[in-house]
Design a protein around this ligand. Structure first.
Ligand code: SF4
Length: 286
């Protein structure tokens, strides 16, 4: 990015007089310290202002009151990266890629237990199964796929029975998931989905900005509850508790970190209930 900006500045595209016009426009890169929540727009603004990366309540929306209290437009790099081709080839050219209301292409990151992991750009409209088996080449371990997490660490897990799901925003929402940043992580049949659910809660506890209770406290209680299920302590009661906790986090959290953590947890419980039913231990009597 820094190199591209240097080139644009020396070509007169950025600077006090863009292409010799009276208009000034410049860009600079600010590197964050790595907090996941600083991908949330208001937390990002606080971080840019030199404050702790904590989420702001909305309203006011950043478009009205953003960086240093000024109206601010916030877009992710994926959106901005689609602008050049639209400017160059026109909107219809871009629209011709994709399916339904999901227009254009998306950079998809194939990762995890896959033969051909990597970064691929594809039009919306392939099925999840095509992405995993045809582009990704199936598991590198040679074992059957058990679960695929789509959308990042807060994305839902999909079993192979949902491989017909079309990779677009609407179909994934309807299937109880999300496209998110289009990261796809594949797991074979050795994965323990209860451990994956626990990991999601732990991730949320570590990355939580701490502003709201459902996320800050709920994620820690979620880790504890998953541990109780794993140890066979009152599994039925604790499965219900974990589902209730997810419900509270989903609808009571201020931002998507706490609000989306239930996606991996609930999808793991829904599609892989056998992993949430360990053999009860002696402690079950406690
Ligand atoms: S959901 Fe979590 S990260 Fe988001 S505002 Fe609440 S505590 Fe902060």
């Amino acid at each position: 990015m820094d190199e591209a900006i240097k080139i644009a500045r020396s070509a007169g595209i950025l600077g006090p007089s863009v292409m010799g016009s009276p208009h000034a426009f410049d860009m600079e890169v600010r590197v964050g310290a790595g907090a996941y929540v600083c991908g949330e727009e208001t937390s990002l603004l606080n971080s840019l202002e030199g404050k702790r990366g904590i989420v702001r309540a909305k309203p006011p929306l950043p478009a009205l009151q953003g960086l240093f209290g000024k109206p601010t437009v916030v877009n992710n790099v994926m959106s901005l990266a689609s602008i050049p081709v639209i400017m160059d080839r026109g909107a219809q050219f871009y629209r011709d890629y994709g399916v339904g209301r999901s227009n254009g292409t998306i950079p998809i990151q194939l990762a995890g237990n896959l033969k051909h992991g990597g970064l691929y750009e594809a039009a919306f409209g392939m099925t999840l199964g095509q992405l995993v088996n045809e582009i990704g080449g199936g598991t590198i371990s040679g074992r059957p796929v058990k679960a695929v997490q789509v959308g990042g660490p807060l994305g839902a897990y999909f079993p192979p029975s949902l491989f017909d799901t079309v990779f677009d925003y609407e179909a994934f929402t309807a299937a109880g998931g999300l496209i998110g940043h289009a990261g796809i992580v594949v797991f074979d049949d050795t994965v323990d989905m209860l451990k994956q659910a626990r990991f999601a809660m732990e991730f949320c506890a570590v990355e939580s900005c701490g502003k709201c209770t459902p996320c800050r406290i709920g994620s820690t209680r979620g880790v504890e509850t998953a541990d109780k299920i794993a140890r066979g302590i009152e599994p039925e009661k604790n499965r219900q508790l974990l589902a209730d906790l997810c419900n509270t986090m989903k609808f009571g959290s201020l931002c998507a970190l706490g609000g989306f953590t239930p996606y991996p947890v609930m999808s793991a419980m829904t599609h892989f209930p056998e992993d949430f039913a360990p053999t009860p231990l002696v402690e079950a009597a406690e």
